[in-house]
Design a protein. Structure first.
Length: 378
């Protein structure tokens, strides 16, 4: 079978903003192009249209919605819903691959039953407990679109189990990927190269990311260990609880770095001794854990469903009870005091992350495409 397949990859999320699903979509697109396929991404885009990359087909604007503790920027436009149907009717793609099919007007419109019946329609489900759309949308409405899918992918067992509660079916597990190619990164954080142990947090300042609990644990540990530092990279506004505790205690060696680029983030992971992901829930996978493992940085993560897909306790990292400062503090202290354990967990992580190489993950996706196309022809 020729690899010159035409693939449309659709995201419900605004491509003017960074996010896990959009990052997944971009990486999959580039991998498919590298393998000889003709791929385009279709998504909302609120930025300046001339500035959009040539691989993106911008489709309308987005509105911010608070979903599962996050701000999701999606299109709910009825006009866009019909426009995407018209576009896909006039432009043929062998594969129409939607991510989060019920996440907005674009992905929902793309799997309407009247869209090209010669196209194979695939959906990837990313979320875990964060979205309430399945709870309030009528079953008949969901099934009207869902039954038009030829293939379903879930990024983890957690994502599969969640969607399966509402739409029972066969789901192919194909995880998120990570780029494991080596890059020469200019050192932008040389000032933190000293004898202090760097504890790193990377994420949006949303309550579900659990930064509040990490700040408490760090401040408690700082009273005992003068050789530690907390690096915080991310955007948004700190919650009131975090602001209050920072103003009431002595926040020594806490550095807020703001939002960082992908290369800066890699640089930070390389310099960190411990990465901490204290999320409270609603995570289906945890790409940020892979980023830590890629840099051979040991990690402390919450013992939540999505993270357990990636990390086993005392293997690639340490798992703490979510929302539990004492549990988090205990694990951090264990690593602060045990350089040998830090190195062992980091080495285990680097070995484990190899199976998530985007080159391998994209091969699995392409193999699934081929399988579905052959099924259509039989």
């Amino acid at each position: 079978m020729s690899d010159s397949l035409r693939v449309a990859i659709l995201s419900p999320y605004d491509f003017n903003y960074h996010g896990g699903v959009n990052s997944h979509v971009i990486n999959l697109h580039h991998q498919l192009v590298d393998k000889g396929l003709h791929s385009k991404i279709i998504a909302p885009f609120s930025g300046d249209i001339p500035s959009a990359p040539d691989w993106l087909i911008p489709f309308g604007k987005s509105i911010p919605l608070k979903i599962g503790g996050s701000i999701a920027r999606v299109s709910l436009s009825l006009k866009t819903y019909f426009q995407i149907q018209k576009f896909l009717s006039e432009h043929f793609f062998d594969i129409i691959h939607v991510h989060e099919p019920f996440g907005g007007a674009i992905t929902l419109g793309a799997i309407h039953p009247k869209i090209q019946k010669d196209s194979v329609r695939v959906a990837t489900f990313h979320s875990f407990e964060g979205s309430s759309m399945y709870r309030f949308l009528p079953d008949k409405f969901l099934r009207f679109f869902f039954n038009n899918l030829d293939g379903k992918i879930a990024v983890s067992d957690s994502a599969k189990n969640y969607i399966n509660k509402f739409l029972e079916s066969d789901y192919k597990i194909i995880p998120n990927g990570i780029d494991l190619t080596e890059e020469i990164i200019e050192d932008q954080f040389h000032l933190i190269d000293d004898k202090k142990i760097n504890i790193l947090f990377v994420g949006r300042f949303e309550k579900r990311k659990g930064l509040f609990f990490l700040i408490q644990a760090y401040l408690n540990l700082k009273q005992k260990y003068g050789n530690i530092r907390l690096l915080i990279a991310g955007g948004g506004e700190l919650d009131r609880e975090s602001q209050k505790i920072l103003s009431s205690r002595n926040p020594v060696d806490i550095i807020f770095l703001g939002e960082v680029t992908e290369l800066q983030k890699k640089n930070l992971f390389d310099k960190a001794h411990i990465f901490c992901a204290p999320s409270t829930g609603q995570e289906s996978f945890g790409i940020v854990l892979l980023e830590s493992m890629r840099s051979e940085t040991c990690l402390v993560a919450s013992n939540i469903e999505g993270y357990k897909n990636v990390v086993q306790h005392m293997n690639q990292g340490l798992l703490s009870d979510p929302k539990n400062v004492s549990s988090l503090q205990k694990n951090l202290e264990m690593l602060i005091n045990n350089e040998k354990l830090r190195k062992q967990l980091g080495a285990n992580g680097l070995k484990s992350v190899q199976k998530y190489d985007w080159n391998l993950v994209s091969r699995d996706v392409l193999s699934f495409y081929r399988e579905l196309i052959l099924e259509r022809r039989i």
